[in-house]
Design a protein around this ligand. Structure first.
Ligand code: TGC
Ligand code: FAD
Length: 385
């Protein structure tokens, strides 16, 4: 019996996808897990781990060509699951690099952008970030103020972006801005004069991850910097679909890790002369957590199938992100309580996961945004505004 995959949902995966998951799990356990509490405590992540992740083949792994592995979407999901079982910050690094920055360049960039950035990004030698959110434009990115105007053939980009993962360590920023022709995307080398990034400190969540404000102070870009063929929110939202898909898998990993730790702890911790796991109230919690992890896993696997068959819709992704992050947070909170005082320290993983999942629930569309997206699909009525 597999105590953290009760219904053996992994048996539903193709052999190759499962093997990729095992390779990522074993790399993450050996190379990343031993350091992650220290990174979390110091509020940082050494960006040179991207080189190892590049060698592992997980950066932009479901993209074709340009040094990317070209795996199935399911394999990408399984990799996200195994990384987030260690820490959401690791999955975040991979999501932003592969699903946001690289996907944007791959899908919407020019051939020149692709040749310039993708091979180095797949190898982890160049880092990307994705600037959509602003201080006053979060759930409603269409209200962004950052804008780009023409000056001869050049573009002049002005404004600021907030809460940008990898912002201070990025070599290229994908920036979305208002133009006379609607919202457009730009590939901005971060050494361009006028571009600066400022790390956001004092986070209580996703601490093993760099989060920054981007300031665009009349950044002059050549005509070739713009993504030629996309206008409007469709551009950035198409990238979010990719990252949200990775997140719905990642949440399974975080929840599974919390279940695993709650089980291990309650089997050995004794109170009232018996292991905590022997009390009926504890077993009810463990049973509910096991069911939650299994259901989340089934949801992820079905969405992987739909994505590999090119039948997935944004509303399907909203379903997965909302459902899986919500239950992962519930599992993490329950597990945190089950470890008592020990559960609040970095010697255990549960509170780190719980705190991380607060961010995971907020970014890439809050629970409310995804509920409204599902509501619109069910009713035909948009209730966002
Ligand atoms: P709406 O009128 O619904 O749509 C505008 C245009 O966009 C199209 N569209 C989509 N296209 C692709 N994928 C989707 N999911 C799409 N949703 C909508 C739509 O068809 C339309 O196209 P067109 O051609 O007709 O113009 O737009 P709205 O302004 O009403 O907003 C819809 C809403 C609220 C769902 C959307 O704005 C939204 O998703 N808000 C949440 C914002 C968000 O998720 N931000 C995330 C920022 S990035 C991030 O958090 C990274 S964290 C990463 C990490 O560290 O892991
Ligand atoms: P708001 O939009 O102000 O929402 C606040 C609350 O109001 C939420 O509960 C929300 O659901 C609710 N609300 C809003 N509108 C409605 C409505 N119509 N009906 C009901 N409730 C509503 N962004 C990027 O572009 N790139 C990144 O790399 C990135 N990384 C991030 C990393 C971290 C650590 C964090 C915390 C955020 C990151 N974000 C990034 C930003 C993230 O996408 C936004 O925080 C998110 O979209 C929510 O926006 P907001 O924080 O402005 O909240």
């Amino acid at each position: 019996m597999n105590r953290t995959d009760f219904l053996e949902t992994d048996a539903l995966l193709d052999e190759e996808d499962r093997a990729i998951g095992e390779a990522v799990r074993s790399y993450a356990n050996a190379e990343l897990a031993p350091h992650v509490a220290e990174w979390y405590e110091s509020g940082t992540i050494p960006i040179d781990i991207a080189i190892g992740l590049g060698k592992l083949g997980v950066l932009g792994m479901h993209l074709e060509g340009y040094g990317c592995a070209g795996t199935t979407a399911t394999a990408y999901g399984v990799a996200c699951r195994e990384l987030e079982a260690i820490d959401s910050g690791l999955r975040s690094l991979v999501s932003v690099q592969g699903s946001l920055a690289m996907f944007a360049i791959h899908r919407w960039g020019t051939e020149e952008h692709r040749q310039e950035w993708l091979p180095r990004m797949a190898a982890g030698e160049a880092i990307g970030c994705f600037g959509l959110t602003e201080a006053d434009a979060g759930s409603d990115p269409g209200s962004m103020r950052t804008h780009a105007r023409r000056d001869g053939d050049d573009w002049i980009l002005s404004g600021s972006k907030m809460w940008i993962t990898n912002g201070t360590v990025a070599h290229v920023a994908v920036v979305w801005a208002q133009t006379d022709d609607g919202i457009r995307g730009f590939a901005v080398p971060t050494d361009t004069p006028g571009f600066s990034a400022h790390e956001i400190h004092r986070k209580l969540s996703l601490r093993a991850s760099v989060t920054a404000e981007l300031v665009l102070d009349d950044v002059r870009l050549p005509a070739s910097a713009v993504f030629p063929d996309v206008r409007g929110l469709k551009g950035p939202l198409s990238c979010l679909n990719e990252a949200r898909y990775g997140i719905l898998w990642g949440a399974v990993g975080a929840a599974r890790a919390c279940l695993e730790e709650a089980l291990e702890y309650t089997l050995v911790r004794t109170q009232f002369g018996k292991p905590l796991a022997s009390f009926q109230l504890t077993q009810r919690k463990l049973a509910d957590m096991s069911i939650a992890v299994t259901n989340a896993s089934l949801t992820a696997i079905q969405l992987g199938r739909l994505k590999d068959q090119r039948r997935i819709t944004p509303e399907h992704v909203s379903h997965g992100k909302l459902a899986n992050v919500k239950v992962a947070l519930e599992v993490a909170r329950t597990a945190r309580g089950m470890l008592g005082a020990a559960g609040i320290t970095l010697d255990h993983t549960v509170m780190r996961h719980m705190n991380n999942l607060e961010t995971v629930s907020t970014y890439e569309g809050t629970e409310e945004m995804h509920a409204l997206s599902i509501g619109r699909a069910l009713t035909g009525i948009a209730a966002f505004r």
